[in-house]
Design a protein around this ligand. Structure first.
Ligand code: PLP
Length: 389
């Protein structure tokens, strides 16, 4: 069996044609395709505004800045995420702290969040922003989290890098019903791709304007936003912004990919349910997806019970890699990263996250994965588990 990656892009001739059309047009960046892609995402997820940028990491950064997050402000997020979910706070000179996960859903634990907020309130250390991460594409408990945000006064950014096309309570993730800003990633391993790319959605026009300014040097030509207008050449810099722009070439690919988002989600859900069927009698558990969620299934994460053997995850992982199966681990808890160890205020442990990390393995999942490949993967998993005892 040739190497099976844990995730990979799906590119069609239609995608290639759209990209080629842009290359042969007058605008290869900052043309009509970026606003068209933004509008298409707005229409799909049912939100008012969308700001396309060159990565989800950039989107998280300008989302924090738009929410006036700055020096000494505190941002909370899940320890079980990609480092970008936390780094956005450090870019702004702020601080990071973490909220432990729920053992079954692998998302932020709402009971723990409430407990931690109570303590933080007494200490005067409440967060300004909470970044929730919809791990693997399955939404956090947004209704409860929104209630707590109203009570404790923090803003909510959804890191939905995994979750475009997923639903919560019957509506698409990204509609910002329970958040200020939602961020998507279009990296090739994610659900749809623009090669590199990201987007921030919001229903708040001020946040949208601010993010639009920040993605392009803080410079505007919009007469509504400028202090004066000295002529048709004139522009003003109003903020210290960045060059975080997406190109028209990438946006064209994104529009074309978005046309197949529904198919991708359906396919990923079918593959996930096939995995659940194949794993039925094995000593592994997998992420619990609550009935209120439709997961986009960016990841299919299993937990190899560490009681099976002292080093069971490592040995199972090695055995699968030796069989050319590109298993992965999502994620190494952020607070254990060497860079984060420097922050003395973080000398806490996040027990559920650390236990999860000892057991987690992401099995390959992407639209072109075949049932034969899934059977091959689970066969090897089975024999690896037997040996791991
Ligand atoms: C991929 C990912 C990011 C970063 O996305 P980029 O588009 O590569 O910057 C951030 N958060 C999570 C949870 C991710 O999986």
């Amino acid at each position: 069996m040739s190497f099976i990656p844990y995730g990979r892009q799906h590119i069609t001739q239609a995608d290639i044609d759209e990209v080629t059309n842009v290359l042969q047009s007058d605008f290869i960046t900052q043309g009509p395709k970026v606003p068209e892609f933004e509008q298409a995402v707005c229409d799909f997820v049912e939100t008012d505004y969308a700001v396309a940028v060159n990565s989800a990491t950039s989107a998280l950064h300008i989302a924090c800045l738009a929410l006036d997050f700055s020096v000494n402000d505190i941002l909370w997020t899940s320890p079980i995420s990609f480092v970008a979910s936390a780094n956005c706070a450090l870019y702004c000179g702020g601080k990071v702290d973490f909220v432990d996960i729920n053992t079954d859903t692998f998302n932020i634990c709402v009971v723990e969040l409430e407990r931690k907020l109570k303590v933080a309130k007494l200490q005067g250390l409440l967060p300004k922003i909470l970044v929730v991460v919809h791990l693997g594409g399955s939404s956090c408990d947004m209704q409860q989290i929104k209630k707590l945000s109203d009570e404790y006064g923090f803003a909510i950014i959804e890191d939905a890098s995994h979750a475009i096309g997923g639903k919560y309570l019957g509506s698409y993730i990204g509609n910002c019903k329970y958040s200020d800003i939602c961020v998507f990633s279009f990296h090739p391993v994610k659900i749809i791709t623009t090669v590199e790319g990201g987007m921030a959605t919001t229903n708040n026009p001020q946040l949208a304007d601010k993010m639009r300014l920040l993605r392009s040097h803080g410079v505007t030509r919009d007469p509504q936003l400028m202090n004066k207008n000295s002529g048709p050449w004139y522009y003003e810099q109003l903020e210290l912004g960045f060059n975080y722009r997406l190109t028209d070439i990438q946006a064209a690919l994104g529009i074309s990919q978005l046309n197949r988002l529904g198919e991708y989600i359906e396919k990923r859900n079918l593959l996930a349910s096939n995995y659940r069927e194949l794993l039925k009698h094995l000593p592994v558990s997998y992420q619990k997806v609550e009935a209120c969620n439709l997961s986009s299934y960016h990841l299919f994460i299993i937990r190899v019970n560490s009681k099976v053997g002292a080093n069971s995850r490592a040995s199972v992982f090695d055995a699968l890699r030796k069989a050319n199966i590109g298993v992965n681990v999502h994620y190494i808890p952020i607070h254990t990263q060497p860079y984060y160890k420097e922050f003395k205020y973080l000398e806490q442990s996040f027990k559920n996250a650390e236990e999860y990390y000892d057991e987690a393995i992401s099995l390959p999942l992407f639209p072109d994965l075949t049932h034969e490949q899934q059977a091959y993967i689970v066969d090897h998993l089975k024999s690896a588990l037997l040996k791991a005892v």
